[in-house]
Design a protein around this ligand. Structure first.
Ligand code: ADP
Ligand code: MG
Length: 449
């Protein structure tokens, strides 16, 4: 009697919901659910993993409440149980119970191979990577308890692998008992192939399943590898279901990866964080840090010079320092602008320059010095306004090939001698004022973006 009722309630819900969603969604999320029991007050559902519970409650709370028992607030009273998979997995799923025999972390010779240098201490923070760095640190400090999975994406050479190894280093130091594995997707696939060939796949599964933290680099290489994708997805789910920490890196966000909906949905479950191209200041800081490690004396103006010309890849910045240091040591030279031009010019990136106008200079100066464009054109002599105006005049003379009279008139009808005076003043001041030099560098940089 009761059994019939359970069947009915749930199958009625399924009939209803099947019409509401796509067939892929139905197959993925609803079909695998089993009803374990039901009373007047609640229904107990068996779900393959915790994702299904969250998915149902996030997306179908209202619809569920129409069919299953609900509480005082009208919320569905559902108890979710994550399914224990069969001891011998016949459908390729990884068993969920922890093996008694704990394999060594250097399974098949894969000792944790970390780059010694890729630590959090050696990672220079800036606006472009702060979010990723703090998420990674959060995960390293409390594996499995903050964001899970953590998905880090960004272009080539921006520090994804560095951060991933940073997590591993931190955990190894902080809590030696935890089993950490850091792998590239390529080596995971190679492992799978080897183990399938050697019929040792169960051993491999046991190894991965016994981990506390799994760090996977470059998941984009799993695209178009259908069989491996399924195996990876099973392992990934098994770990997440046990609250084991998973961190994944990729060159694209999950939604742009050509992977199954199921895997994409799971990867988006925790925190998705982007690592971007570092701004000028951060690039300078990175160059200085790398130079220090190499024992190269790198004057600040040279660091700025390099950072202005190499701007979308940290690995190239590092390459520049390596080249420079090798050359200068060999030739017994100091690092000067001339040497840099000679050695690095082929690495430099030149962007087609946008046409620079007095208007665009004023806009850039106004945002750097936090004044209004109309103030720059106006006649106020207060220092807060007169000084940025002089900077704008200096830049106009430096960057625009026009007569002084014409340039000056664009500043609300000033005279050419005012413009010349400003230019002279700022030019002198730049020589002794580091802050101003930087501000002007950045204003120019913004002009060209
Ligand atoms: P990705 O994996 O994103 O392609 P990597 O992590 O291999 O990039 O980084 C490339 C190089 O740049 C590495 O040597 C790394 O140490 C360095 N790097 C990247 N970002 C930073 C940073 N914020 N601070 C210091 N070094 C960095
Ligand atoms: Mg990498």
């Amino acid at each position: 009697m009761l059994a019939e009722k359970i069947e009915e309630t749930w199958s009625q819900f399924l009939v209803f919901i099947e019409k509401q969603c796509s067939s892929a969604e139905y197959k993925n999320w609803f079909a695998p659910i089993n009803v374990l029991s039901e009373s007047e007050h609640e229904i107990v559902l068996e779900v393959p993993n915790i994702f299904v519970r969250e998915y149902l409650l996030d997306n179908y709370r209202r619809e569920l409440a129409l069919f299953v028992p609900s509480d005082d607030q009208g919320n569905p009273s559902i108890v979710f149980q994550v399914a224990q998979s069969k001891p011998k997995a016949s459908n390729g799923e990884l068993p969920l119970d922890i093996p008694e025999e704990t394999p060594t972390p250097d399974f098949r010779g894969h000792r944790l191979q970390l780059n010694r240098y890729y630590t959090f201490e050696n990672f220079i923070e800036g606006a472009s990577n702060q979010f990723v760095k703090s998420a990674a640190l959060g995960v390293a400090m409390r594996p499995g308890k903050s964001y899970n999975p953590l998905f880090i994406h960004g272009g080539v050479g921006l520090g994804k692998t560095h951060v991933l190894h940073g997590i591993a280093h931190y955990i190894q130091k902080d809590n030696r008992k935890l089993r950490v594995q850091c792998i590239t997707t390529e080596s995971f696939i190679n492992d799978l192939v080897d183990n399938l060939r050697n019929k040792s796949i169960d051993k491999m599964k046991r190894f991965y399943r016994s981990l506390d933290v799994l760090l996977v680099d470059d998941i984009q290489f799993l695209q178009s590898r259908l069989n491996f994708e399924e195996e990876f997805c099973n392992m990934f789910e098994a770990l997440i279901n046990q609250n084991k920490q998973v961190v994944i890196t990729s060159d694209k966000p999950p939604s742009q990866l050509k992977l199954s909906e199921r895997l994409i949905a799971r990867m988006e479950w925790g925190l998705v964080a982007n690592i971007g191209v570092p701004d000028l200041e951060t690039r300078v800081a990175i160059l200085q840090h790398k130079a220090e490690i190499k024992g190269v004396r790198l004057p600040q103006n040279i660091a700025f010079f390099i950072a202005e010309h190499i701007f979308n890849n940290v690995r190239q910045l590092e390459g520049a320092i390596n080249r420079l240091s090798a050359y200068c040591q060999m030739m017994g030279l100091d690092v000067t602008e001339d040497v840099v031009e000679k050695i690095l010019s082929e690495m430099f990136q030149y962007v087609p320059k946008k046409k620079i106008t007095v208007e665009s200079i004023m806009r850039s100066v106004s945002s750097m010095f936090n004044v209004r464009v109309s103030d720059l054109r106006g006649s106020s002599r207060t220092k807060e306004i007169a000084f940025p105006r002089q900077v704008a005049m200096y830049l106009a003379k430096e960057l625009i090939n026009e007569s002084l009279i014409k340039l000056a008139s664009s500043f609300g009808g000033k005279t050419h001698s005012t413009l010349l005076h400003s230019w002279n003043k700022i030019k002198k001041q730049i020589e002794k004022d580091e802050t101003l030099r930087r501000q002007i560098h950045m204003t120019k940089q913004n002009l060209e973006e």
